[in-house]
Design a protein around this ligand. Structure first.
Ligand SMILES: [Mn+2]
Length: 448
């Protein structure tokens, strides 16, 4: 929104209020000693090639505390003996630089429109914080993001500590406003996946489906939250495939793992479907097994369940299914192993999910399937649920019936934990075989 002579204002469509940011700041500062200075820098700008930078993405911690998303930002808090004073250091207005690089919010608008008491030019950082740093007993700050700040902190000789564990414990539980934003992010990504299914056909290029997905993100003023994975045929068995440069043949599946972000909040959705619109019998068997495992894992997303409960629920279904399909010839006990580390892990080698938020693999928990005990599931957590099965034909460590060779399938939704049970934020993205078969190719030739 631009007004008053073209000054850049805070986006009026923002779904997170200043009141909420202030609440987050108070909750954070309640855990910080009063004689400390707190400094939360944003991410550095990274060079892509010569004078072209990578698109700037603000650090999730500064986004969480105040929503500041311009480069070089720094959020600060210090206690004046009576109360915490919060500040933003920002790029100052500069007509010459703005002509080249874009409009800046500037110091004045930062102090009046953003949830801080004071604002300063980042050019005055040294001058403003030197005495604060030398007077403080400790410095709470995130190292390694702002080299100038790292140097100033080092020179001050003060003891520093990492504020991230405190912030992580807050970020893990999403507020009603955050949940609304995450719903929007999941809705945009769901529609993008639907569009890609409609555009599917034999011999479609992976990159063409990627462009359908990402053009919808851009069309919604969003952007990808992580590089889109579009893997056709055996490429679906490569977990972080991102070349997206091969043609998908008639009879093959495509696995698309793609999500976007809204105000920094990520969605993370995976669908796998046949490009010709009809699952073959072997594809159908594996798809039904992964879907059954995913539904069991979603069912386990209940308040006070252990972090690993959804991984265990998915694993039991997968292990039994592998035995039933003749892929594993052993008992369920041997398939699962003593600690969910048995033979089924050769085909389902990743966790069942992760926390989701301002980071796609969000802070505050482990990944499902790793060794950390992780948190108990609580209302307000958002997790992904994404079991998969992968049968790469070129692997020497597995032996699968020919009919399943080359199949890779993952199904992923974004699940909000509530007192009333799991709420699927990506429920509008179809995943039943019937709905997928009806959708694939239904967009005619126009790919939308
Ligand atoms: Mn994921």
């Amino acid at each position: 929104m631009f007004e008053g002579g073209g000054d850049k204002h805070r986006d009026s469509s923002s779904m997170i209020t200043n009141e909420e940011y202030c609440h987050r700041q108070s909750a954070f500062l309640a855990d910080i000693p009063l004689d400390n200075v707190v400094l939360i820098p944003t991410n550095p700008v990274m060079v892509r090639s010569r004078d072209t930078n990578f698109p700037f993405r603000a650090n999730s911690y500064i986004l969480y505390l105040c929503g500041w998303n311009e480069p070089e930002g720094l959020w600060m808090a210090h206690h004046n003996g009576t109360k915490w004073i919060t500040s933003l250091f920002v790029q100052p207005r500069d007509e010459k630089k703005e002509i080249w690089e874009g409009r800046r919010i500037g110091v004045e608008q930062a102090s009046t429109q953003f949830p801080v008491d004071e604002a300063y030019s980042i050019d005055d950082l040294d001058e403003v914080i030197k005495s604060l740093l030398s007077d403080s007993k400790g410095i709470n700050y995130i190292q390694g993001l702002n080299s100038n700040l790292d140097e100033l902190v080092k020179q001050s000789g003060s003891k520093y500590s990492d504020p991230r564990p405190v912030l992580d414990s807050l970020r893990i539980l999403k507020s009603p406003q955050e949940i609304e934003v995450m719903k929007k992010s999941a809705e945009i990504a769901s529609q993008a996946h639907i569009n890609s299914m409609k555009a599917g056909h034999p011999n479609v290029g992976e990159w063409e489906l990627q462009s359908v997905i990402e053009s919808h993100f851009v069309n919604c003023k969003s952007t990808w939250a992580y590089p889109s994975i579009v893997g056709g045929g055996e490429n679906a068995t490569i977990l972080h495939y991102k070349s997206n440069n091969e043609v998908i043949n008639d009879g093959e599946l495509v696995l698309i793992d793609a999500g976007c972000e809204v105000l920094g909040y990520a969605s993370d959705i995976t669908r796998t479907w046949p490009v010709n619109g009809t699952f073959s019998q072997p594809q159908r068997e594996i798809y039904e097994l992964v879907l059954k495992a995913q539904l069991a894992a979603i069912e386990a997303c209940k308040v006070n369940n252990h972090w690993k409960s959804m991984h265990e629920a998915a694993s039991i279904v997968i292990a039994q299914g592998l035995i039933d399909l003749g892929i594993l010839q052993c008992s369920l006990k041997d398939a699962l192993g003593d600690n969910f580390d048995g033979q089924y892990r050769k085909f389902f080698m990743h966790g069942t999910g992760h926390l989701l938020g301002l980071d796609v693999h969000d802070v505050g928990g482990g990944r499902q399937g790793d060794d950390s005990p992780g948190p108990l599931l609580q209302p307000g957590m958002v997790v992904t649920v994404e079991p998969g099965l992968y049968f790469a034909s070129w692997r020497s460590d597995i032996d699968v019936p020919d009919r399943y060779a080359g199949i890779g399938i993952r199904i992923e939704d974004d699940i909000l934990i509530t007192d009333d049970g799991p709420v699927n934020l990506s429920e509008n993205c179809p995943k039943s075989i019937e709905m997928i078969e009806a959708l694939v190719g239904s967009g005619g030739g126009n790919h939308v």
